[in-house]
Design a protein around this ligand. Structure first.
Ligand code: PRP
Length: 187
């Protein structure tokens, strides 16, 4: 079947994103600074691929000591469970006793994040928190705690600022709604 998918309206402009990422960065700085001296290093765990642009902007707003590490996860197979999720690329360092902040592009059903949190928790971090660029709570299947979020989105499928449709449009500097028949079921 021919796909008729096109870019729709801009939901968040590059300027709005930049301003909001700075606010969330400041929120994260305040949280970890309030944990007291000596200032402990925070491990930012970025979930590939979608999170790379958010991470790159967020990290430059942080004044606390940070290191970055990357996880790649396969998508879940069966709808409604995280049974098919597995790690394709693991962290390069251990996180036992570390302050860990997971950085996601979007939390949708919560299946990916709940798997990641269970997996990371088992490694014994001192703390484990979540920051996401977009939160689509309306699609949540598994409850997950999101500590920092830039924007809430509804049912609409969105692309740009790291988010893709079939690997395309991650490079858009803004977030746009995708229009078309396949866009309704893709995300
Ligand atoms: C997206 C996103 C999250 C996940 C969220 O990844 O980066 O990891 O889906 O969905 P969920 O809450 O329903 O589990 P995707 O599998 O599209 O891979 P990508 O980051 O490489 O685009």
């Amino acid at each position: 079947m021919m796909e008729r998918v096109t870019l729709g309206p801009v939901l968040f402009t590059a300027e709005a994103i930049s301003a909001r990422v700075k606010e969330v960065g400041a929120e994260i700085n305040r949280f970890y600074l309030a944990r007291g001296e000596p200032q402990r290093e925070v491990v930012l765990v970025n979930v590939l691929k979608g999170g790379f642009i958010f991470l790159a902007d967020l990290v430059r707003c942080l004044e606390i000591p940070v290191v970055v590490d990357f996880l790649a996860i396969s998508g879940y197979g069966d709808r409604g469970t995280s049974a098919g999720v597995r790690i394709l690329k693991d962290l390069s360092e251990g996180i036992r006793g570390k302050e860990v902040l997971v950085v996601e592009d979007i939390v949708d059903t919560g299946l990916t994040l709940s798997y990641i949190l269970r997996n990371l928790e088992a490694r014994g971090p001192e703390s484990l928190r979540v920051c996401t660029f977009l939160d689509r709570a309306v699609k949540r299947i598994v409850p997950v705690e999101v500590h920092h979020r830039c924007f809430e989105v509804g049912e609409e499928f969105v692309v740009g600022y790291g988010l893709d449709y079939r690997q395309k449009w991650r490079n858009l500097p803004h977030v746009r709604v995708l229009r078309g028949e396949r866009a309704q079921v893709a995300g």
